[in-house]
Design a binder for this molecule. Structure first.
Ligand SMILES: Nc1ncnc2c1ncn2[C@@H]1O[C@H](COP(=O)(O)OP(=O)(O)OP(=O)(O)O)[C@@H](O)[C@H]1O
Ligand SMILES: [Mg+2]
Length: 249
């Protein structure tokens, strides 16, 4: 069974950064192969993982509705289309969700898509989903079950309340979430982390501001190759070991 980790939070808090750091940390713990899912319609996770721009899954819906394939074989056809869009790396593969659907009726196709995604996910040791800001994919139940919902928040009141809102929504929708965590990113003053326990969400880690990340990104180097000296990578390694402790292989 693969470990499903969904990363969510307010816009710009560091979801994509933390997703990449988490993938790196999982690899360092010898968890492989991994699937990175870019669930942001403005796909950009590939830029931090050393991939070219992926073709999103969104357009598959239209292709499938238009195709002359009969309903009975649509499932198989879809599986092939999904597989074609997986970008393969050494230990990490990448797939992007792409844009949402147009005005047509997509329930049938969406259901098939959900199923083939979870079949695809089953082939990996762990899956990390980098969500767009907000709750679109979560509320559409595009992920069947989530082992770890990691809510990234900066220590600002708005960052923290967005994390709380997503947690509340996941409860309201009765999403199948095993465990929800708060991941503080860039706590700017000592003592910020002390604020976290007042939230009813356990604190996974506090990722420090790490100036090496911007340099790495400008040089178009994959975050998977960040050295152990990177303070953000080091703290994420600790976070990953906490997540993995709940999921013995
Ligand atoms: N711990 C950190 N140290 C240094 N820089 C960081 C850190 N976390 C995030 N950043 C920087 O902050 C910016 C926003 O980060 P990122 O793109 O990961 O946020 P996001 O939540 O994915 O944004 P969006 O909502 O647009 O998807 C980036 O320039 C990133 O390099
Ligand atoms: Mg992002």
């Amino acid at each position: 069974m693969s470990i499903m980790i969904a990363v969510a939070g307010k816009g710009g808090v560091g979801k994509t950064t933390c997703s990449s750091l988490l993938l790196r940390a999982l690899l360092a713990s010898r968890i492989r192969p991994l699937l990175a899912v870019d669930a942001d319609p403005n796909a950009n996770l590939h830029l931090l993982l050393g991939f070219t721009a992926p073709r999103g899954l969104g357009s598959i819906r239209e292709e499938l509705l238009d195709s002359s394939v009969g309903a009975a074989s649509k499932g198989e056809h879809l599986e092939a289309l999904v597989q074609q869009r997986v970008l393969e790396g050494d230990d990490v593969d990448l797939i992007a969700m792409g844009r949402g659907e147009g005005p047509g009726c997509y329930c049938f196709v969406n259901d098939l898509l959900r199923r083939s995604l979870s079949r695809l996910a089953g082939g990996y040791a762990a899956v990390v989903v980098d969500n767009e800001a907000g709750m679109e994919h979560l509320s559409r139940r595009n992920l069947r079950k989530i082992d770890h919902l990691v809510l990234v928040a900066d220590p600002s009141p708005r960052g923290v309340s967005a994390a709380r809102a997503i947690r509340d929504l996941s409860v309201e929708l009765s999403l199948k979430v095993e465990k929800t965590w708060l991941l503080l990113n860039r706590p700017y003053a000592a003592g910020d982390a002390a604020e976290a326990p007042s939230l009813p969400i356990p604190l996974l880690a506090a990722i420090p501001h790490d100036p090496s990340l911007a340099k790495w990104e400008s040089a178009a180097r994959s975050f998977l190759d960040l050295p152990e000296e990177s303070p953000a990578a080091r703290e994420m390694a600790r976070a990953a070991s906490i997540l993995l402790a709940g999921n013995p292989r």
